[in-house]
Design a protein. Structure first.
Length: 331
């Protein structure tokens, strides 16, 4: 039933996307703050206790509701619960409006507006970025957002749902990503910053949680894109990025659509969207940057290629899930 839950959730999210400021996400932020305030005492083991509570309790709660609905109302109610959870955790519309607005600005030749939108989205100083670097940054952030909001959630949900754990995998993955990003952000604020031990525990756990989904996403991009070039970039250039999991995805993306990625775009931290930094590289510097992947200089046309790559990967996922669902029903 995972196929139908994912299909309905994606359709619902396209028709009525979840608002950016909504009570569910506000509640999760309050939960993460409460956990860090009450369990973060600055020691490594305290960090792991806080992470376990923050991530595992919501996942276990979703699992308890799933099993309770099966026992009381049957599978249809459990499928509706999975759709509701996926609607909150899975979806393009949670980030795609940023991508679309920047792409439209670039299409109309309004580069100042594109820089402004990029700065608002990622909280960076993009005032001196040349056009190609704007496109490169948008590609990188959009691909990573698609992975974290769509493909990573699909991977964890599909695997755990196959073993009867319902939507717990989707909640587990999104909470692991959220607390690592949020506590990293809180460390830069003046009120109740997260300790170094808590940030380290969350970042380490997130790296493990995202290890397999990142490689699954990279493989999907290779299959629906230029396979040989994507695998070659994956093998030879993934290590040039500051984060291993992100590097695998971005290197595969670079080869799949033949675009140069890397360099300065992700040097600030694992969770660049919540940091403040300045990108001031020129086009010539980007060309000579030894940390960049091979490929063509980023152009606006590559944005359309990225959209096609992502949607073909979604179709690939849905076809595989449909085949598994049919095999399970026939078996």
């Amino acid at each position: 039933m995972s196929f139908f839950a994912i299909l309905f959730a994606l359709l619902l999210e396209q028709v009525r996307p979840l608002a950016r400021h909504n009570p569910i996400h506000a509640g999760l932020r309050a939960w993460a703050r409460w956990v860090s305030r009450n369990f973060d005492a600055g020691k490594p083991h305290h960090g792991w206790v806080a992470w376990t509570l923050a991530v595992m309790l919501p996942a276990l709660a979703s699992l308890a509701v799933h099993w309770g609905l099966i026992a009381l109302l049957g599978w249809p109610a459990a499928v509706l619960w999975s759709v509701a959870v996926l609607y909150v955790t899975l979806g393009f519309r949670q980030f795609s409006h940023h991508f679309t607005a920047i792409r439209d600005a670039l299409d109309s030749g309004d580069e100042p507006r594109a820089r402004e939108l990029l700065a608002q989205w990622q909280q960076v100083d993009a005032s001196e970025l040349p056009r190609s670097e704007i496109v490169r940054h948008v590609i990188e952030y959009s691909v990573l957002a698609a992975h974290r909001h769509v493909f990573g959630v699909l991977a964890w949900f599909s695997v755990l749902a196959a073993f009867g754990f319902g939507p717990a995998g989707a909640v587990f993955y999104r909470m692991a990503e959220f607390v690592a990003r949020y506590w990293n952000y809180r460390s830069r604020t003046q009120t109740q910053p997260a300790s170094a031990a808590l940030q380290s525990a969350a970042a380490s756990a997130w790296h493990v949680v995202d290890w397999l989904p990142a490689r699954t996403t990279a493989l999907a991009f290779a299959v629906v894109g230029s396979f040989e070039e994507a695998i070659d970039c994956w093998r030879n250039y993934a290590q040039r990025f500051p984060n291993d999991n992100d590097g695998v995805i971005l290197a595969a993306t670079s080869g799949a659509v033949n675009v140069r990625l890397g360099g300065e775009a992700l040097k600030s931290s694992t969770f660049a969207p919540n940091t403040s930094q300045s990108f001031r590289s020129t086009g010539a510097e980007a060309m000579d940057d030894t940390e960049s992947t091979p490929g063509r200089e980023a152009e606006v046309g590559h944005l359309r290629s990225i959209v096609g790559l992502v949607w073909r990967s979604v179709v690939l996922w849905m076809v595989l899930l449909a085949l598994l669902t049919v095999a399970r029903l026939l078996g």
